[in-house]
Design a protein. Structure first.
Length: 452
């Protein structure tokens, strides 16, 4: 049964990757894959032979538990997308695009990449990707050219999220559990993350020539009643709402989706007050009920299918078995993390990091002091801010850029811009791999030079 689950998972991912030749939307394939794998798992439990230590009560409890984790991501995504759409329909992003005066493609790519890199360290790579794609649509008219810029945004967002404790779901996991500290991860992972972005950026920008045609930057959709001051205010309120989500989490210790929905509700109240005060019927399409209809539900369902499929791999112990095999046969923290990072381009990095954290407990100084010298040398990698945890943060965050479906940022950009999986694989994957390896080399050099 375990072999069948792995085979179906691989076939399902192939169907997602080949959506254009198969002429089947990737969301349909992802949903089918997720639900089929849980059905296969249930059949194995009911038979009593494959999973003798489990029953349907435990299985249903697992579904509820995984759906709780997945729902946190989905509701966060819905909230963030709604706030971004709210800013966009009111022309808020035009405040930024009007300030981007360069039409040179190379300069524009560098500018957008660095903005994405630093923004994703604060907003998280998922939210940043949504914001930057909305900006990109205001600047680049040709779709295939937007694919190039969008792909670079994916790489920059993943690289930017890897060096910040709040920049990626996996770094948040490591930070909250105490495996890394804010100072440790920023000081050790910043330069590797920067290298992982700059290397593909140099290679991609070399292919770009000429200037982009000037696009209209009014961003006001012809609505004269939305003043520039109102657009600026909505931009500030919207971005501030997203920035304050990590602050809300750190103060309340509540999941991020509660924070983003809390700030969305405040924006909703403000928008109602804004249009009620103007006493105009022209803004009905710009109120929240209309904006919610613009949310890309296929992307939400695609996430649901993928995460449910990966949950089966985690629940059946397949991911744990892979991690254990690596530990027993490799026993090198650099190689293990590089392999985990490569796997994160195929499966979601959250269960991979969770499996690694479960397999390698955090070593405290007292335990380390009591170990024999040979064991202590290896266990040093697993103390707080140890090499394993810092390098895991880098590899799991940056490795997802190698495939368009390898990260939350990539999946969102793929959904919003309809980027072809095969196109990304042919044109971007190798460049992302080179950046990934370059950043890894920088981190290893840091450890060697500073005897971390």
């Amino acid at each position: 049964m375990l072999t069948a689950i792995v085979v179906v998972f691989i076939l399902g991912y192939m169907a997602i990757a080949l959506e254009h030749p198969l002429k089947t939307d990737k969301t349909a394939s992802a949903l089918f894959l997720g639900m089929l794998l849980w059905t296969m798992y249930a059949v194995g439990v009911l038979s009593g032979d494959v999973f003798p230590d489990r029953n349907m009560d435990l299985l249903n409890g697992s579904i509820i538990e995984h759906m709780g984790d997945i729902s946190e991501i989905l509701f966060f995504l819905i909230g963030a997308m709604t706030i971004v759409e709210l800013i966009d329909v009111h022309g808020g992003f035009s405040i930024i695009t009007e300030r981007i005066t360069t039409r040179k493609k190379r300069k524009l790519l560098w500018l957008l990449s660095f903005v994405t890199f630093f923004m994703s360290s604060v907003l998280d790579n998922l939210t940043t990707s949504i914001v930057m794609i909305m900006l990109l649509r205001k600047l680049i008219s040709e779709q295939k050219e937007r694919w190039i810029f969008g792909s670079m945004i994916v790489i920059a967002a993943n690289s930017g999220g890897a060096w910040s404790p709040i920049g990626d779901i996996t770094t948040i996991m490591l930070w909250v559990r105490g495996n890394v500290t804010t100072g440790g991860i920023i000081s050790q992972v910043f330069l590797p993350s920067l290298a992982s972005m700059v290397v593909p950026l140099l290679l991609i920008s070399h292919k770009l020539k000429g200037e982009e045609q000037q696009k209209s930057a009014s961003g006001n959709d012809g609505k004269a009643y939305i003043k520039k001051s109102d657009r600026r205010r909505l931009l500030i309120l919207g971005v501030l709402s997203l920035v304050l989500v990590p602050v809300f989490k750190s103060i309340t210790h509540l999941p991020p989706f509660i924070g983003v929905l809390f700030f969305l509700s405040l924006l909703w109240i403000y928008i109602e007050y804004y249009y009620n005060r103007k006493k105009t019927e022209d803004g009905q399409e710009h109120r929240l009920p209309s904006i919610l209809q613009r949310i890309d539900m296929p992307t939400i369902l695609f996430f649901l299918g993928i995460l449910m499929a990966v949950a089966v791999l985690q629940e059946t112990g397949i991911l744990g078995n892979v991690a254990t095999y690596l530990d027993e046969h490799v026993h090198n923290v650099y190689v293990i993390n590089l392999v985990l990072g490569t796997l994160s381009s195929i499966v979601d990095n959250v269960p991979l990091v969770a499996a690694a954290m479960g397999m390698y407990p955090l070593v405290d100084p007292a335990t380390l002091a009591a170990m024999p010298a040979a064991e202590a040398a290896y266990a040093m990698n697993f103390v707080q801010d140890g090499v394993f945890w810092e390098f895991l943060s880098y590899c799991a965050g940056v490795g997802g850029s190698m495939l368009i479906i390898g990260s939350a940022a990539g999946v969102v950009v793929m959904g919003l811009e309809k980027i072809n999986f095969i196109w990304y694989f042919k044109n971007v994957s190798l460049l992302a791999l080179l950046g990934y390896l370059a950043g890894a080399a920088v981190y290893i050099a840091e450890v060697a030079l500073f005897m971390h």
